[in-house]
Design a protein around this ligand. Structure first.
Ligand code: G3P
Length: 218
């Protein structure tokens, strides 16, 4: 399972990229607004693209098919390998299908159920983003939903890649990998949290202390 960072924060993305463990970035309007509501979106997206270079999903704002297609082509004029993120609404599915015919990759976002995922795959989505944390927020078992979607993918052989999104803690990453998601897009703080373990820290401290003892004994 690949890891992406779900962020629009340049410092966080730069650090995550320097670790060598991420192969893409996903953004959305909320993440962009969180950094700086006055941000020039095109400028910020191009800055992120220059930092990571791999997958970069950029979300459209329009909610009608024509508007989404217009925005998609605008984003593609910024950089041609953009993945166009489209919300899981009927107008979005039509846009995904049009873009599929034009061989433009899309990431269908805000997917919460197997039937939504199946529709996105049939429309021709290159990626389907299943939101885990937001399902948990409404007392639904996100792990079971993701498991079911991944099982359907195995049975049906759908080609769209499954991204687990709305990741809130490291257990979501483990669950995504076990379910068979292709990618987990992880917020920076959770990504860093997932690297840490108290026994790693105490173990390293002991190695360093013991080495210092040997040096002192010389
Ligand atoms: O990738 C989707 C993500 O940005 C949503 O996360 O925590 O707002 O549900 P969250």
């Amino acid at each position: 399972m690949e890891l992406y960072v779900d962020s629009a924060n340049i410092t966080h993305i730069r650090h995550a990229a320097s670790l060598g463990i991420i192969s893409g970035v996903t953004t959305n309007p909320s993440l962009l607004a969180k950094e700086d509501p006055s941000v020039d979106v095109k400028e910020r997206i191009l800055e992120i693209h220059a930092l990571v270079g791999g997958h970069l999903s950029v979300e459209v704002i329009a909610t009608d098919t024509k508007g989404m297609l217009r925005e998609a082509h605008d984003i593609l004029s910024w950089f041609p390998d953009a993945v166009i993120k489209i919300p899981m609404i009927p107008a979005g599915l039509s846009a995904v299908n049009e873009l599929y015919k034009e061989e433009i990759p899309t990431n269908v976002t805000l997917v919460f159920s197997p039937t939504q995922a199946i529709a996105a795959a049939n429309a021709g989505a290159a990626y389907v983003s299943v939101f885990m944390g937001r399902l948990d927020d409404i007392a639904m078992d996100s792990n079971a939903v993701l498991d079911e979607i991944c099982e359907i993918w195995d049975v049906q052989g759908y080609e769209s890649e499954i991204i687990s999104a709305s990741i809130r803690h490291p257990i979501h990453i483990t669950q995504s990998a076990k379910a068979g998601a292709d990618i987990a897009t992880v917020p920076y703080n959770v990504l860093i949290q997932s690297l840490n373990h108290p026994l790693t820290d105490s173990g390293l401290q002991k190695f360093l202390d013991d080495y210092a003892k040997m040096q002192a004994a010389k």
